[in-house]
Design a protein around this ligand. Sequence first.
Ligand code: ATP
Ligand code: MG
Length: 610
Amino acid sequence: MADPSPAGAPRTAIPLSTTPPLRELWGYARSHRGQVVFASAMSLFNKACDIAPELLIGAAVDVVARGSDSFVASLFGIDDRWDQLVVLAVVTVVVWLLESASEYVAILNWRYLAQTVEHEARMDTYGHVQRLEMSYFEDHTSGGLMAVLNDDVNQLERFLDLGPHKLIITAANVVFVGVVFFVVSPLLALLAFLPIPVIVAGSLVYQTRLEPRYARVRAAAGTISDTLTNSIGGMATIKAFNAEDREQARVDADSRAYRDSNREAIRFSTGFNPLIRMAVLVGFTMTLLVGGHLALDGTIALGVFSMLVYMTQRLLWPLTALGETLDLYQRAMASCRRIFGVLQVEPTILPGAVDLAEPVRGAVRFDDVHFAYDVGRDHVLHGLSIDVPAGETHAIVGATGSGKSTVVKLLLRLYEPTSGRITLDGQPISELTFTSLRGAMGFVAQDVFLFHGTVRENLTYGRPDATDAEVRRAAELAEAATFIEAMPQGYDTLVGERGQKLSGGQRQRLTIARAILRDPAVLVLDEATSAVDNETEAAIQRSMEKVSAGRTTIVIAHRLSTVRHAHRIHVMEAGRVVEAGTHEELVDHGGLYAALWRVQTGETGAALAD
Ligand code: ATP
Ligand code: MG
């Protein structure tokens, strides 16, 4: 399952959202509008304070040059130049303090907001992914989904962190400085503003050109995440087949593709700043020359001229930083499309609204069930009917690939039948809540899965409130207690990712104990003892007789000896039940089961002679 996929195996790309990402993001951040407005106001106030020092410089020059005729003198009615400078100094200190304080509050709010949105985006996406049906996970690689949940969500945060603050102060800057310019000299204002339309138009052109480039970068990031997850998951296979070089080459190819797509985007986005600088140069030179001319003429005062030269710097330089913010913005939007793309996938298997009456009896019925894993593909089940009355133990046997595991996956509603009916206690399972349906089942899957954690955490996965005594009892019934207690940390032993620190048989016994501990109405065991030795299997079977007494039990097994005492055995062939009955009836019938039985007793006759 975790083996590396052959090179070039088709992968279904993460679907992209088609609606404009910014609009979706805004809708998404709806619940935080108050904070957005507050932070924006703080950013604006901060910018206003930030511009003031330039005005103060102009005023200071004005004081020195014009004395009692200065702007400050007329505003405050102070004649003495020194006193005027002291007043200016006080104003400067206040403004600087306000600037620092408002910057702190603004940035803090924006950054907190970025963290909140990042967290919520990740939780919503993960929550959504959890509701999608199994077929989605079969069509999309876990690495690709990981890239969305991790990289793309981070990329969004990187822009939200300071991007909006920077955009607001840049825009506010243009407005504030523009007002000052127009008040002082409309002609100079016009000259200083000359480059701005060029810069804005240039930015928009850049943006549209950058978008597909960053979409390619994000796709490449998804691919490499895919390859890495796949390779690391299959490390034992890589080593066993001496495939290290091949895997190295595969990661190398994907990493190169990522590097190249990023380089391509960087090459393009880095060209933005020099271009803007050229536009800035034009505006700056114009103010210098024309403004200087006006000052020499005596049309404008020296103080005003010096202020305007500074102001032109102030007006235009911040625009050069626009490139960086736009870059982050485009990267974030490419990520947004992927995040919202996942969020837009609708789950097709939805829970019903009915809760089963307690206690659940556990009567399971399949009625003419047809099923195909993919639309348009061959059916795996063709009109399957199985009736398991409450409390009985039924077995499903048959050749590999005949559809046995599929039957129990349908019972858990991991997949939906194409047609037919499946009921639990007479209720169609499609009408039941997942809590009711899956809560009634104790499932031991054919491909055993344990979480990284302790033995106890894994055992109590289906019943986190189980007591130690209950955990022990379940472990004993599954013949797991002895080996667990023999381990140095006992129930606190870490099992490793996917339980890889345990043997195959130990893993199986833990999953049996985990299912028993749930005390379910229906116990479903899919090849649960295939990896244990005969002696352990016999012991587990004795325990299972106790466990399954009065409980509906569905057992799938290849070794027929394990199910010969079942109330009824259903023999499957190519998606149909071809024979059903007790062991004795089926042997007497002389059909498929009888043939299988002869083969198995022939092979293992000594062990079965009871
Ligand atoms: P085994 O005894 O080997 O466990 P089984 O009887 O349990 O076999 P199933 O796992 O039910 O067989 O598979 C039945 C058929 O469905 C097989 O042909 C298999 O290739 C196909 N199949 C199983 N799972 C999927 C899936 N997720 N997507 C597509 N096809 C699948
Ligand atoms: Mg199977």
